[in-house]
Write a protein that binds this ligand. Structure first.
Ligand code: DX5
Ligand code: ZN
Length: 224
């Protein structure tokens, strides 16, 4: 199964509930919520109250991407607010193993995000504990940036490790996903596709998500 996760970072915040319902009705699988603290990344966004508002606006799983330093203190609040999946950055956690287990013990599905410059070795000893790995294909902080091409090699290398170890860990990609890049990204082995500007900046969310699915499937067929 492949998951399309629209990032509300590019939604119209004056109509956030409607925007979330619109992507749910357009066929989205998860809602991706980018939490930024102005320290780990040079931008500030939103906290648990927006997760709570998103929970009230749809039935989809909420995929909360924490771009914040030392997130442990806030994780319980995000779970209480309705986060189903929570990713933390390897670069932002002093005790990554502890943070991952905190997320799972609270009942959410843990993921670890890696910045473009961070090697896969950062998750070597926690991979078995994760539901997903988020490969950042832009430097986190802003929507609408260009896809960093060598992320494809990183995805292929991660896919190989997951297969070798016999794991079912999902690979998520975040940054620069659009109609031009998604087929190649899917072919590299990605399971979950975050897209902000390419979905919320389009005129027809349903058509954009359908086009993404066609391109993901097209590549699966070409391989078989
Ligand atoms: C960037 C965020 C992304 C962002 C992606 O720091 O993590 O989720 O919304 O935006 P696009 O899809 O526009 O590259
Ligand atoms: Zn994100």
């Amino acid at each position: 199964m492949k998951f399309i996760a629209p990032s509300i970072l590019s939604a119209d915040f004056s109509r956030l509930g409607e925007e979330i319902s619109a992507v749910e009705n357009a066929g989205a699988d998860w809602i991706h919520i980018d939490v930024m603290d102005g320290r780990f990344v040079p931008n500030l966004t939103y906290g648990p109250i927006i997760v709570q508002a998103a929970k009230a606006s749809c039935r989809l799983d909420l995929d909360v991407h924490l771009m914040i330093e030392k997130p442990d203190g806030l994780i319980p609040d995000f779970v209480t607010a309705g986060a189903d999946l929570i990713s933390v950055h390897a670069e932002a956690c002093t005790h990554l193993n502890r943070t991952i287990h905190l997320i799972r013990d609270l009942g959410a599905r843990p993921g670890v995000a890696l910045n473009p410059a961070t090697p896969l070795s950062a998750i070597e000893w926690v991979l078995e504990d994760l539901d997903f790995v988020l490969i950042m294909s832009v430097n986190p902080g802003f929507g609408g940036q260009a896809f960093i091409e060598n992320s494809l090699d990183k995805i292929r290398a991660l896919k190989q490790i997951i297969t070798q170890r016999g794991l079912s860990t999902l690979i998520q990609i975040d940054g620069g996903v659009n109609g031009k890049t998604i087929a190649t990204i899917a072919d590299a082995g990605v399971d979950s596709f975050v897209a902000g500007s390419a979905i919320f900046g389009s005129a027809d969310y349903r058509a954009t998500i359908a086009d993404f699915r066609d391109k993901i499937k097209g590549n699966a067929k070409a391989r078989d």
